[in-house]
Design a protein around this ligand. Structure first.
Ligand code: C2O
Ligand code: CU
Length: 503
């Protein structure tokens, strides 16, 4: 009752409709793979490291010969990488010198609510580029609980969690899509002694890879079909793109289809899909004899119990795969392309590795990586159900959870601190669901056991059209209000987000 008719679904399918760049596409496999710089702390105490990041306008030469204006953490896309040790607090001071308000969320962080980057906890801009004439946050301003600061904010991350590759990105209500698209994303890698002792590839053989898709206007600016490019007051995407914005240029760490030379040894590829809406199915071409070249050692929230060998890995927005690839299985001189089996034409390829030289390899992939997750269905105090569907918000297309669009004022679930719960989601189309605060395990998919790619501790899980997924999580760490949402950034901006409150 009361659920709007999903008008969207009566229209011809537009999934996969992608923006067309107005520039000649860059030649693939020419640009070397950039590795984002690691941020040095500005100070450290016995239990903490302090960092400072300025969010500011920058430019990046992505299409050769053109300067693309970006919004960057420290002016770069991706932002600088923060490396932390589990249990040491990272305090990150963000200063907002962009034109618009921002919110920083550490995705995958077990973070107290006041530092989690709630969608209305704005940092208002300061400096010459700040546009103070415009309404700051659309209807986000109507949240009486919002904590709004001007210019700076200190985000405190206790990081009482296991080693994992987290990432930080913008999370402003209704505007996450355009802000992340312009460049507001970076890695935050958490390490711990257990993982360090395993002997996985390290140093230059550990590669963080942030995959995104973008399209470009003639002048080199990013093409984003927003109704109001900087300061609108509502969900700002043209109707044709309600299913999410897809570009025709694939970037890895901000570079188009880059090339990376490796020795014929094991490498650890820590892959993040930071695209707004595009899913990929990653594989290596050619596969080595015997297959199983993508050896998964970790998921979003850290190590698997045991490694799992794959020929391909599907990855939805915000998901991470921690993979070990043994380039020693290829003859020196081989060119190995990371391809996208879901793409066609320019989006069918991601980057290339050239096996340039032999190398001595002392890394290992142990048969046992981590302790099994002890949670079982019987531990759950509650099972909750959520539907993820297209629908109408007023007279506009939007995306709904249990028939409702996001409102900061409505709490949809109230887990008690320390309780284990099972959450069951059902989706109309692909929706990658993300929960803040907790890590979870996939309990079931489509009424059956979890799929081959569902292993390990996760914080984001992709639902396929018509599919249901159950996950199990313990809601501990902090009390307070947190968000859960679809991580298709346009779906999120168009309503597919809700709150839970740990009490
Ligand atoms: Cu990666 Cu709520 O976000
Ligand atoms: Cu969605």
């Amino acid at each position: 009752a009361g659920v709007a008719v999903p008008r969207l679904l009566d229209r011809p399918a537009r999934t996969g409709e992608q923006l067309v760049s107005q520039v000649p596409l860059p030649e693939p496999f020419r640009v070397p793979l950039p590795i984002p710089r690691t941020l040095d702390p500005i100070g450290s105490g016995p239990y903490e490291d302090r960092y400072e990041i300025v969010q500011r306008l920058g430019t990046s030469e992505i299409v050769p010969g053109l300067r693309t204006p970006i919004w960057g953490y420290d002016g770069t896309f991706p932002g600088p990488t923060i490396e932390s040790t589990s249990g040491r607090t990272a305090i990150v001071r963000h200063r907002n010198e962009l034109p618009v308000p921002t919110v920083v969320h550490l995705h995958g962080g077990r973070t107290p609510p006041d530092s989690d980057g709630y969608a209305t906890d704005l940092v208002l801009p300061v400096g010459p580029n700040a546009n103070t004439a415009a309404p700051h946050a659309g209807h986000g301003m109507h949240d009486p609980a919002a904590v709004i600061t001007t210019g700076v904010r200190d985000y405190t991350y206790p990081l009482r969690q296991r080693a994992a590759m987290l990432w930080y990105h913008d999370h402003r209500m209704d505007f996450t899509g355009p802000a992340v698209y312009r460049g507001l994303a970076g890695f935050h890698i958490v390490r711990d002694a257990t993982e360090d002792a395993l002997g996985l590839p390290r140093g230059e053989r550990e590669l963080p890879l942030m995959i995104t898709d973008r399209a470009f206007n003639e002048d080199g600016t990013f093409r984003y079909p927003s109704l109001d490019r900087t300061l609108g007051s509502g969900p700002g995407v043209e109707d044709d793109y309600v299913e999410g914005v897809l570009g025709d240029v694939i970037l890895v760490n901000g570079a188009p289809w880059p090339l990376h030379e490796v020795s014929a040894t094991r490498h650890r590829l820590r892959i993040l899909n930071a695209s707004n809406a595009r899913r990929y199915d990653l594989a290596l071409d050619p596969p080595p004899p015997g297959g199983g070249v993508l050896v998964q050692v970790g998921a979003d929230q850290g190590l698997l119990e045991t490694p799992v060998a794959h020929d391909d890995v599907p990855i939805a927005p915000a998901e991470r795969y921690d993979l070990v690839v043994d380039f020693g299985r290829y003859p020196v001189g081989s060119e190995v392309t990371l391809v996208n089996r879901l793409g066609s034409g320019s989006t069918a390829r991601i980057m290339r590795f050239r096996v340039a030289r032999p190398g001595a390899d002392d890394s290992v992939v142990p048969e046992r990586l981590a302790e099994p997750d002890p949670l079982e269905r019987g531990d759950a105090a509650v099972t909750r159900e959520f539907s993820l569907r297209g629908g109408l918000i007023g007279d506009r297309h939007g995306w709904l959870i249990n028939g409702e669009a996001f409102s900061p004022a409505r709490i949809d679930a109230r887990p008690r601190l320390g309780d284990v719960e099972v959450w069951r989601f059902v989706a109309d189309l692909h929706h990658p669901v993300h929960l803040h605060l907790v890590n979870f395990r996939v309990l079931s998919r489509g009424g059956g056991p979890p799929g081959p790619h569902d292993a390990g501790p996760k914080d984001t899980v992709d639902l396929r059209p018509g599919e249901s997924v159950e996950l199990i999580a313990r809601f501990d760490g902090y009390r307070g209000r947190y968000m859960f949402h679809c991580h298709n950034a346009e779906h999120e901006d168009m309503g597919m987000m809700a709150n839970f409150e740990v009490g």
